[in-house]
Design a protein around this ligand. Structure first.
Ligand SMILES: NCCCC(=O)N[C@@H](Cc1c[nH]cn1)C(=O)O
Ligand code: ZN
Ligand code: ZN
Length: 493
């Protein structure tokens, strides 16, 4: 097929997508109606039902579908809960074509109308061009946009420009239990002939300007436990004569970060990669509205006032957040207790070239040092239950160039190349296992409110997102032959 016939085909394809908007929105409505909340055990059967719908949707496309069982998980109360299967789909096996593997998830965060939703979270509702509903942008909308784009090519009954593979999971919001093991097992099987992996599970930085994501931070999650005696005590009887575990813990937590956001753990910034000129150039050109970001957060003042400082502290530097204290009295009212054991939770977002085992050692050394100065007889235990490395891609990779061209075709402008301060651990896992390039190709806008009340995707982003994926397939098909001329994916530490 010549390049000029590509543009005729593109026009036809875009026309088809416009003409089928209502069908595509109806499909999203059907998916949003399933309360596939993976966080609450009582809704697990709905997640499993959602996986069957996703499998059926892929089968209707003509894909070969395998719903792989992951067994069960054991809850803290000892109860066993079935894990939803992972859906592996495959469409097309033309040896001339490149094979793109799309990863997405169809489980959602919890949502209740009384949390402050304007509409029922499980009834997709269009208001002023926005489609409101839980999962609309995270991640059911983007998964369906990809499927809509594949369906469009099928409708034209032409040779497919690429071979497709799908990995759709139902436990992303609960830590992707079992997925890494399955991907490891499929390294020589399902994943063996994959050329690229595409993830569309983040947002643009702006409401209007498209973006491609080339980096995410990792995360090191810590628990710090301070234990005194074996039972809670009355503060009237013991207050003033003992070392209180919660007082120790608050001192430990207070030692971690100063009021400017600077982490106080010695050595923590030592390995942070130097800022390159290329990074600086990318940051300067990014469209970013500080006021809008501040208003979205609901806070009165940010720690930094310039775009560059804010982006650097979200993407390029580690940050430390304190999340909570287990065992501390937190209910309303007064309770004059001294808790016997408390566990503080905090996490440190990881950037290239931090090393998780070094970070763990630095944290342990620092906390033990602070604790030692308190001369407390209490027991201190520090652990790192979760460690995810950062992920960075090369924006000069032909894959990113193909995505940029697709965006220009559909949106009429070049994307911003941005990072995401949060963590998508599966990107790095895919890259490590397959040794293939991963791209994060978002279609949702900055104000979509993932995980929040009134989550939405706009009709515009959903439909134009479908077109941009279709255009991307054509661009990828032009990469045949170039693939082996490029180097292996950049692996940061
Ligand atoms: N925009 C995508 C966000 C995905 C997300 O929220 N990921 C979690 C994963 C995580 C990290 N540490 C523990 N869980 C996140 O908090 O970044
Ligand atoms: Zn998501
Ligand atoms: Zn999410």
């Amino acid at each position: 097929m010549s390049l000029s016939s590509f543009s005729v085909l593109e026009t036809e394809i875009f026309r088809y997508i416009d003409a089928h908007q209502s069908d595509f929105i109806e499909n999203l409505k059907e998916w949003v109606a399933v309360e596939s909340d993976s966080v609450q055990p009582e809704l697990r059967k709905e997640v499993i039902r959602m996986m069957s719908l996703a499998a059926a949707r892929l089968a209707a496309l003509g894909a070969t579908v395998n719903s792989v069982s992951l067994g069960s998980q054991q809850l803290l109360n000892g109860q066993h809960l079935p894990l939803p299967p992972v859906v592996l789909g495959e469409l097309g096996k033309d040896p001339q074509n490149l094979t793109i593997c799309f990863y997405g998830h169809v489980d959602v965060q919890p949502a209740k109308k009384e949390d402050g939703w304007k509409t029922d979270p499980y009834t997709l509702t269009e208001i002023n061009g926005n489609l409101y509903g839980r999962g609309a942008t995270d991640n059911k909308g983007p998964v369906l946009a990809w499927i809509n784009a594949v369906e469009t090519f099928r409708a034209f009954k032409i040779a497919m420009p690429v071979n497709f593979k799908f990995v759709i999971e139902g436990m992303e919001e609960a830590g992707s239990l079992g997925l890494e093991k399955l991907l490891e097992e499929e390294k020589q099987g399902f994943l063996s002939d994959v050329d690229y992996i595409v993830i569309s599970d983040n947002l643009w930085l702006s409401k209007k300007k498209p973006a491609l994501i080339y980096g995410t931070r990792g995360n090191a999650c810590f628990s710090v436990e301070v234990e005194g005696g074996d039972k809670d005590l009355h503060s009237g009887t013991f207050g003033g004569i003992i070392h209180e575990p919660l007082t120790d813990l608050i001192a430990l937590l207070d030692s971690l970060v100063d009021p400017t956001g600077h982490i106080q753990i010695p050595g923590i910034y030592d390995a942070v990669a130097a800022l390159t000129d290329e990074d600086k150039k990318l940051y300067e050109s990014i469209e970013y509205d500080i006021e809008e970001h501040k208003n979205n957060s609901g806070v009165k003042k940010l720690l930094f006032s310039t775009k560059e400082e804010i982006l650097l502290h979200l993407w390029h530097y580690p940050s430390l957040s304190i999340h909570g204290i287990e065992g501390a009295f937190h209910e309303p009212g007064i309770k004059t207790v001294i808790p016997a054991k408390v566990i503080g939770k905090f996490s440190i977002r990881q950037v290239p070239n931090m090393d998780l085992s070094d970070v763990k050692q630095q944290v342990v050394d620092h906390l033990e040092n602070v604790f030692a100065k308190r001369n407390s007889p209490n027991k201190l235990k520090v652990s790192m239950p979760l460690g995810a490395k950062p992920w960075v891609a090369d924006v000069n990779d032909p894959l990113y160039k193909a995505a940029k061209r697709a965006i220009r075709t559909v949106f009429g402008e070049d994307p911003d190349f941005i990072r995401d301060g949060s963590t998508i651990p599966i990107a790095r896992i895919f890259q490590t296992i397959t040794q293939k390039r991963v791209i994060m190709f978002p279609i949702g806008a900055a104000d979509d409110g993932e995980h929040s009340q009134n989550e939405k995707i706009s009709r515009h982003n959903y439909i134009e997102g479908t077109k941009v994926f279709a255009a991307f397939f054509l661009e990828i098909s032009k990469l045949r032959g170039q693939l082996h001329e490029t180097s292996n994916p950049r692996t940061n530490n």
